[in-house]
Design a protein around this ligand. Structure first.
Ligand code: GLA
Length: 414
């Protein structure tokens, strides 16, 4: 009897000791995570970089090589005048073709299209906006301009000195360097190292700079990009201002949701809204899909010549709120039947943004079943583009969606 009781007591004491040990370890881990520099649990004075998907404008889609100081200033002016800044668009990003020569010490200078980059940054900052720039880990950028290879520290220092807030780092000619690798694994390592090198250079330069990877989704960048310092990473090749290309990119993002979150986002490329190659329904699909994907919203049109319709598409507050939701959860496809697809995005307040997409060119009628989205019982529904409360519902919502169009709903539990 006694020996049994002793054994029971010993077992209880052991359990207690183990529990204490587990608690202590949990406390140490929590403390380490909370106080480690750069941890997620930052003080409110140090906002996390790219806490929500970056919003702004980029020069490439509309202006390509025809970009200069005056045009960038005009875009900044229009960003404010159009109401886009107040809707959340903050970054004015200069893409390829600003680069000039390096001086005798190896420091990069802008070319004659950009006479004074620091003055341009001051101008943009004076409007309550931020300035972005572009480079490559290769010797040359995609347009054949000077890249950062072997000048990473100097370039990061230069960007910081100019007051740059965002860097798009485009693989381009670094692919030639990768061709010298003996194996695909070694080529991958070279690429990852090149991105890490610039991450470290930016860190050393000491200015918070959003770091955007552009290597077209190679080697499933979503799996290793965040650890290599990416705040966002392109998941695909280049977009163009055609429904077929936008559709291919946008609807191929299924399955990537789990890799996105505050500070690190999947980037299906910049917006084409307002560039003229798609109709209104198609641009609505473009915007709706991008906000459900929690994608960066970088307008790619000429902001100084926008129609009221383009402004309305880009600045719809309730649509933008889907993208900028603080929970930072990317949405995903929940149902598809031929060209009809339903995508949903969980929101911080327990609601969901729901897109009913029709990829067919003719109208299609179909239903969204609220139970299948995880709602039990009645829901409250709002049509965001129509700016219309649809009221309380239970069961399903059946609607006709225009060809290449979308109905974007927000659905709350009741
Ligand atoms: C690549 C990128 C584009 C753009 C151009 C500039 O194609 O994917 O977004 O930056 O280079 O040369």
């Amino acid at each position: 009897m006694n020996s049994i009781r002793r054994a029971t007591l010993r077992a209880a004491a052991l359990r207690l000791a183990l529990n204490c040990l587990t608690l202590c370890l949990a406390f140490i881990c929590f403390a380490a995570l909370s106080f480690a520099p750069g941890s997620r649990a930052q003080s409110p004075q140090v906002p996390q970089i790219a806490a929500t998907p970056p919003m702004g404008w980029n020069s490439w889609n509309h202006f390509a090589r025809k970009i200069d100081d005056a045009t960038v200033r005009a875009q900044a002016d229009a960003m404010v005048a159009s109401g886009m800044r107040d809707a959340g668009y903050i970054y004015i990003n200069i893409d390829d073709t600003w680069e000039g020569d390096r001086d005798a010490q190896g420091f990069i200078h802008s070319n004659s299209k950009f006479p004074d980059m620091k003055a341009l940054a001051d101008y943009v900052h004076g409007k309550g906006l931020k300035l972005g720039i572009y480079s490559s880990p290769g010797a040359k950028t995609c347009a054949g301009y000077e890249g950062s290879l072997n000048h990473e520290d100097q370039d990061a220092q230069t960007y910081a000195a100019w007051g740059i807030d965002y860097l798009k780092y485009d693989l381009c000619s670094f692919r030639d360097v990768m061709k010298t690798a003996a194996t695909p694994e070694a080529a991958h390592q070279m690429m990852a190292d090149a991105y890490v090198k610039m991450r470290d250079a930016l860190k050393k330069a000491g200015r918070p700079i959003v770091y955007s990877f552009c290597q077209y989704g190679l080697d499933a960048v979503w799996q290793w990009g965040p650890a290599a310092g990416a705040n966002l990473w392109r998941t695909t090749g280049d977009i163009s201002d055609h429904y077929a290309r936008m559709e291919t990119i946008g609807f191929s993002q299924a399955g990537l949701a789990k890799f996105a979150g505050p500070g690190h986002w999947n980037d299906p490329d910049m917006l084409e809204v307002g560039n003229g190659g798609m109709n209104t329904e198609e641009y609505k699909t473009h915007m709706s899909l991008w906000v459900i994907l929690a994608a960066p919203l970088l307008a790619g049109n000429d902001l100084s010549t926008m129609t009221p319709e383009t402004i309305a598409l880009l600045t719809n507050r309730e649509v933008i709120a889907v993208d900028q939701d603080p929970a930072g959860k990317q949405g995903d496809r929940v149902w598809a039947e031929g060209p009809m697809e339903i995508w949903s995005k969980p929101m911080a307040d327990g609601s969901q943004a729901v897109g009913m997409f029709n990829r067919h060119s003719a109208p299609m009628t179909f239903s969204v079943d609220f139970a299948k989205l995880g709602f039990s019982g009645a829901v409250k529904v709002r049509d965001l583009w129509a700016d219309k409360d649809l009221g309380a519902m239970s069961g399903a919502y059946r609607a006709t969606v225009p060809g290449h169009g979308v109905i974007l709903l927000r659905v709350w539990p009741r």
